[in-house]
Design a protein around this ligand. Structure first.
Ligand code: AMP
Length: 661
């Protein structure tokens, strides 16, 4: 943007700013651009269309939308932002008013910004997204404050508090109030456009705060504005206090109050103490539940994410700076852009808001991204927020992330990176819109969406993903917790294995290890693993077999109807097999049209995978071959292992296995 063309707003002396805002008068506007566009030009068409799109999209996109239309030289970039406290109806009104007014105020301008009391509209022929715009002007209330010294101090504190809070609020907005001269309350708010990231928002607001002394630090009200942020204060409350808006910390004098006066300040102080206390207790309980696994009634829970997988790996050499350019880890010659900023994730997940929770596993809740952003190159993400109880060090955690991120296969969920800031341990994955397989398979209605072709594709996909882990990747990895809820489905219902939290890395020629700590999910765990702590690729094959039988039958391995008959799924299948009627296992929702031979072959392979003797189970590469052939002969299965229980056998658990001798 050409600074010489920046036309500043004059400070307008308005006695009551709020009154001006009631009418459809802009707080201010600047018309910019070196050249004008001509009537009926392509640029004008694009601009009109863009303003219409802002009108439609800003109110329904949480009060902010940025968009671009056309191609250079007629390309238009534009955004609209509503004030963080206004409701959708008010936002709609303000944006539709300002998108038409901006054309009237700035006829022919290729670049313009218009500020209203409750919204901003901005457009340009050059890309301004993600760039901090400088000070543009302001408005002031002509009335002077009674105690200038006290007011300046309180105003400075409030504005700095708000501007350190807003960047980390999903709306990039913060409002609050303070008291000066022991008695008078005043109110303030700050907000940034959401094309900025948090550090940029802080810079933008800081630029404006620095303008306060020369503008209005002795006045009862003032607004200072730029194209990417604004601040405002008044002696009366001009915004709707919001429970969802992050409130700034109290100023040192504890004179923050809602309605003014000392008594209110006291009430607020007490409330803050009570709320903080409650939050501290809640956080402690949350961590305790995560640690003990009592949150969901499971037998126990995993303690630290991925800690077994990479126990033996050396620390990375990060001498080149592990956070080069803010998000790059260097490992030898290779560079990995894996670190995400916390504020980016907070912004993307609406501050881990419950509405965006996709589910919760043994390590913590998983959230989806709600806001699209250029930071993700159009990719959607899911964020796993690990419980803070992990004893793992930062470097080890990063090492693990790098290692898992290197695993790339279309049947494995992609780990995009992590975030380690302010005590948070966050894992960022590609987003899988159809969530996990169990949500289809065991649901009376959704199971109908999985016809046989899709189920077979899922079985083959899981086998291929496992083959990659066991044999084709540079490492040999045993997943250890293969189950329906750890298979995620993409938009076309293709399967991807997820959750490597329990995975175990095998080094060199290692094929089997013994552990005294058994981690997995009862019902999917092989007998030698659960009874002797033996881990090998064959323990995963056993879990795969159970999963395969669940996919064919649509029944959980601990289905209550089977349990009532005193059997688990594997035993039930074996009985049907022995009685010569294995086809009865098939999920009735699959109908009559399934290729019976393929279904029977799958059941046969499933039984081979759950053999008692690990040596009798096929490797996963043999399974892939068996699945891909309709004719190759299969060995006859022997009686499999029956292990079932009446507890919650779908939850991952840990227990220590003590050797008898
Ligand atoms: P986990 O802790 O990995 O078992 O995840 C818990 C639940 O969150 C899963 O069962 C899924 O429903 C959901 N989930 C996990 N990761 C993703 C993802 N990448 N995309 C969509 N949903 C996910």
């Amino acid at each position: 943007m050409n600074p010489s063309l920046v036309t500043l707003l004059l400070f307008l002396s308005l006695k009551f700013l709020a009154r001006a805002a009631m009418a459809a008068i802009p707080t201010g506007n600047v018309c910019l651009g070196t050249t004008n566009y001509t009537s009926n030009s392509q640029y004008e068409q694009n601009l009109n269309q863009l303003l219409q799109s802002l009108q439609a999209n800003v109110p329904v996109s949480g009060g902010f939308n940025s968009t671009t239309l056309g191609t250079s030289p007629d390309q238009v970039f534009g955004l609209g932002l509503c004030r963080g406290d206004v409701k959708t109806t008010e936002c709609t009104k303000c944006i539709s008013n300002s998108t038409s007014e901006i054309l009237r105020l700035c006829p022919g301008s290729k670049e313009a910004i218009a500020w209203y009391d409750t919204c901003i509209v901005r457009y340009s022929d050059s890309n301004f997204f993600g760039t901090v715009d400088g000070y543009r002007g302001g408005l002031l209330n002509t009335q002077n404050v009674s105690d200038v010294t006290s007011f300046r101090e309180a105003l400075g504190t409030l504005m700095r508090d708000l501007s350190s809070t807003a960047p980390y609020n999903p709306l990039m907005y913060a409002s609050g109030q303070a008291v000066y001269a022991d008695f008078f309350t005043f109110y303030g708010l700050v907000q940034c456009t959401r094309d900025l990231d948090a550090p940029q928002c802080e810079v933008c607001l800081e630029n404006l705060i620095q303008k306060i002394p020369s503008c209005c630090s002795d006045k009862l009200g003032g607004q200072i504005i730029s194209g990417s942020c604004f601040l405002r204060f008044e002696d009366s409350r001009f915004f709707t206090p919001s429970t969802t808006t992050a409130q700034p910390p109290s100023p040192p004098s504890s004179k923050v109050g809602d309605n003014g006066g000392i008594s209110t300040a006291l009430i607020v102080t007490i409330s803050v103490v009570v709320v903080c206390g409650a939050m501290a207790i809640a956080i402690c309980m949350y961590c305790f539940l995560c640690r003990t696994g009592k949150g969901k009634g499971s037998v126990g829970r995993k303690k630290s994410h991925m800690s077994l997988l990479f126990k033996s790996r050396k620390s990375l050499n990060t001498k080149n700076g592990h956070e080069e350019e803010g998000c790059t880890i260097v490992q030898g010659e290779e560079k990995f852009s894996l670190l995400f900023y916390l504020d980016t994730i907070i912004h993307a997940t609406s501050n881990f808001c419950d509405e965006n929770k996709l589910g919760e596993g043994g390590f913590g809740p998983v959230y989806k991204q709600v806001l699209q952003g250029k930071l993700y190159d159009g990719r959607e993400i899911a964020v796993k927020r690990l419980c803070r109880s992990s004893s793992q060090g930062v470097e080890e955690f990063k090492n693990e992330v790098i290692l898992i991120a290197k695993l790339q296969h279309r049947n494995l969920v992609r780990l995009l990176g992590c975030c380690l800031e302010k005590g948070e341990n966050l894992l960022v994955y590609e987003y899988m819109p159809n969530k996990s397989l169990d949500t289809f398979l065991f649901d009376l209605e959704r199971c109908k969406l999985l016809d046989w072709a899709k189920r077979f594709n899922i079985i083959v996909g899981i086998a291929r993903g496992l083959l990659y882990l066991h044999e084709d990747s540079r490492l040999r990895i045993i997943h250890r917790d293969l189950k329906a809820s750890n298979i995620l489905l993409d938009s076309d219902l293709n399967p991807k294995i997820s959750d490597f939290g329990t995975a175990r890395l095998f080094e060199g020629d290692e094929t089997q290890v013994n552990t005294s700590k058994v981690i997995g999910t009862y019902g999917y765990m092989s007998p030698e693993y659960i009874m002797q702590g033996q881990i090998s690729v064959k323990s995963d094959v056993y879990s795969f077999g159970v999963l395969l039988l669940e996919i064919v039958s649509g029944k959980k391995n601990n289905a209550p109807e089977l349990f009532q008959q005193g059997q688990g799924l594997v035993e039930y299948v074996w009985r049907l097999w022995c009685e010569g009627r294995p086809i009865e296992l098939m999920d009735p929702s699959l109908g009559e049209t399934c290729p019976r031979n393929q279904v029977l072959r799958c059941i046969h392979i499933g039984l081979l995978c759950v053999q008692v003797d690990a040596a009798e189970r096929p490797t996963i590469s043999s399974v892939v071959v068996m699945l891909n052939s309709d004719t190759s002969s299969l060995p006859l299965p022997m009686s499999p292992h029956f292990l079932y229980g009446n507890g919650d056998v779908t939850e991952t658990f840990i227990f220590k296995w003590y050797q008898q001798n």
